[in-house]
Design a protein around this ligand. Structure first.
Ligand code: ADP
Length: 529
């Protein structure tokens, strides 16, 4: 349509029809706005135009412009803002001569010599959602009543198209937001349709179950969400048509292997007034960590009662025997009996101390008595004591000729760390093998390693051994409560240090500890924690 020709009624009719079809076909907001603007300026034979929309926060945003740069069009925002504040969607209110003059002034100030402007509000359900402005140059006749009506009826159509496009935009944004949430949550999420078929799974579910979206989508929940108990028996699936439900057990992975221990919650999705069901959200929460700790705790309680009872039974047995009124014991027998009682009591005390320390550690109540100390000297004392107490093992330790830098530590607690590591080395390696201790410094750390010639630790157990109550299967016959390495790690970390293990099965185990060298900065850091 050219501006110079007069528009016939037929042309306008055809144009409006074509326009309404085009508008209803477009769903993305930008192309709808472009079309609205293009049509409005064509219908009114205007040189320039703009569309402003009201955002949910009531701010006015100029979102499209033609015949002038968007930057210039944005200069009208303050004027429009005051009109939006009044909130009228009545076209007559927007034709106020004062408002129109003000618009023209702003246009001129930015180098656009327009003389006439027409403003057409868009409404949705009686609420003002936006406005369209069309400008004409000076020297031309003003907008006719007919043009105003034409633009008014077009504005109704345009408002519907804009509202639909905005709704679509909102939906797309919501969907993207949902997708981002689903992708980032740590819980596995499975969305089922009303027939119980998988519609969507998130990456966390893939990680837990081994099911990939391509394979899982379309399958029935009974194939993808299988949870079994300890005995391998599948748990009943909560009725998909009921009010939801919960399962707790092992998730069966896509390859049919037993997966992590999980809690699975089924929540029905309902919509509308009649609460029609349209699917189910299933969330899968990984409980393996808690489950393992609980199992370890149960094993610990079983183990610890044995550990406590054995020395107590020995103590009671010896005491009763020595006290028998009908027997008299020679001095040597009495001394040996008392010695056994003493040893068992010492052992019991150590066990109880360990338990108390663990409880204190967990309650955050362990305090360190820190002072500068020489690691190589501390190692020498403990190794010498072990050499005397364990003649069936060799201990190789060469303290360095020159003193190493000092560390800032609690002597008793660090001795306990070395003691726990050496006890394990002796406990888990056969007699007549060597336990090697070496000490080193590397600038900002002083460290030591304790290597034994025992069976080592299988790779899959390496991440577990520092956990509290963890005991290897082979440890069953030896004395211990699964607390030694847990305590060692907690103590080393309380000193700002690191502890780690290197081991290949059958090649012995090497436990190493590194502590920060004594320095002002280290003192400050440790005092603050
Ligand atoms: P405990 O010795 O009381 O079982 P720890 O916390 O000291 O508890 O050790 C945890 C587990 O780590 C042990 O049960 C054992 O399986 C393994 N472990 C520790 N030290 C060694 C070692 N030197 N060689 C082989 N296995 C070890």
């Amino acid at each position: 349509m050219s501006r110079s020709t007069e528009l016939s009624l037929f042309q306008i009719h055809d144009y409006l029809l074509a326009l309404s079809r085009q508008l209803s076909e477009r769903l993305d907001i930008e192309s709808v706005l472009r079309l609205v603007l293009q049509a409005a300026t064509a219908l009114t034979q205007a040189e320039a135009g703009l569309v402003a929309l009201r955002a949910p926060d009531n701010q006015v945003h100029v979102v499209a412009a033609s015949g002038m740069p968007l930057e210039t069009a944005r200069q009208f925002s303050p004027l429009l803002q005051s009109m939006f504040a009044a909130g009228s969607a009545e076209p007559a209110d927007w034709q106020h001569p004062g408002f129109r003059r003000a618009l023209v002034r702003v246009a001129r100030r930015h180098g656009f010599p327009f003389a006439e402007v027409i403003a057409m509000p868009f409404e949705d359900d009686g609420e003002l959602i936006g406005v369209l402005l069309a400008f004409r140059t000076a020297g031309r006749a003003g907008f006719t009543r007919y043009e105003l009506r034409l633009l008014g009826s077009f504005a109704e159509q345009a408002a519907i198209a804009i509202r639909n496009a905005l709704l679509v935009q909102q939906l797309v944004q919501q969907r993207e937001r949902m997708a981002a949430i689903l992708a980032s949550t740590a819980d596995g999420i499975v969305l089922l349709d009303e027939q119980g078929r998988v519609e969507l799974i998130n990456p966390a579910f893939t990680a837990l179950s081994g099911w990939f979206s391509e394979e899982a989508v379309g399958l029935h929940a009974s194939q993808v969400l299988v949870v079994i108990n300890e005995a391998g028996i599948p748990l009943p699936v909560p009725a998909l048509h009921g009010g939801g439900g919960r399962q707790e057990g092992y998730l069966v992975r896509a390859d049919r292997s037993r997966g992590p221990y999980v809690n699975v919650t089924y929540t029905p999705l309902r919509a509308g007034r009649v609460h029609r069901r349209f699917g189910t959200v299933v969330s899968v929460h990984d409980l393996s960590e808690r489950h393992r700790l609980e199992a370890a705790k149960r094993a610990f309680i079983a183990g610890i009662s044995h550990e406590l009872k054995t020395p107590l039974a020995i103590i009671i047995g010896y005491a009763e025997t020595l006290l028998r009124a009908d027997a008299s014991w020679d001095e040597e027998t009495v001394r040996q009996g008392l010695e056994t009682i003493r040893q068992e009591a010492v052992h019991l005390t150590r066990l109880v101390d360990n338990l108390l320390d663990t409880a204190r550690l967990e309650a955050g109540g362990l305090t360190l008595a820190l002072a500068p100390l020489q690691v190589e000297e501390l190692l020498k004392h403990v190794v010498d004591a072990f050499r005397a107490a364990h003649p069936d093992h060799d201990f190789a330790y060469e303290p360095p000729a020159e003193p190493l830098p000092a560390v800032y530590g609690d002597r008793d607690r660090l001795r306990q760390v070395v003691h726990n590591l050496l006890s394990n080395a002796v406990k888990y390696s056969p007699p007549n093998t060597t336990v090697r201790v070496n000490v080193w410094a590397n600038g900002d750390e002083v460290g030591f390693c304790i290597a034994d010639e025992g069976p080592g630790i299988p790779p899959d157990r390496l991440p577990l051994i520092f956990e509290r109550f963890y005991r290897g299967e082979e440890a069953g016959r030896t004395e211990g409560a699964g607390l030694g390495l847990y305590m060692a790690r907690a103590l080393v970390e309380a000193h700002g240090g690191r502890i780690w293990v290197e081991s290949e099965e059958g090649q012995g185990a090497t436990f190493c500890v590194a502590l920060p060298v004594y320095a002002e900065e280290v003192v400050r850091r440790l005092r603050n924690t």
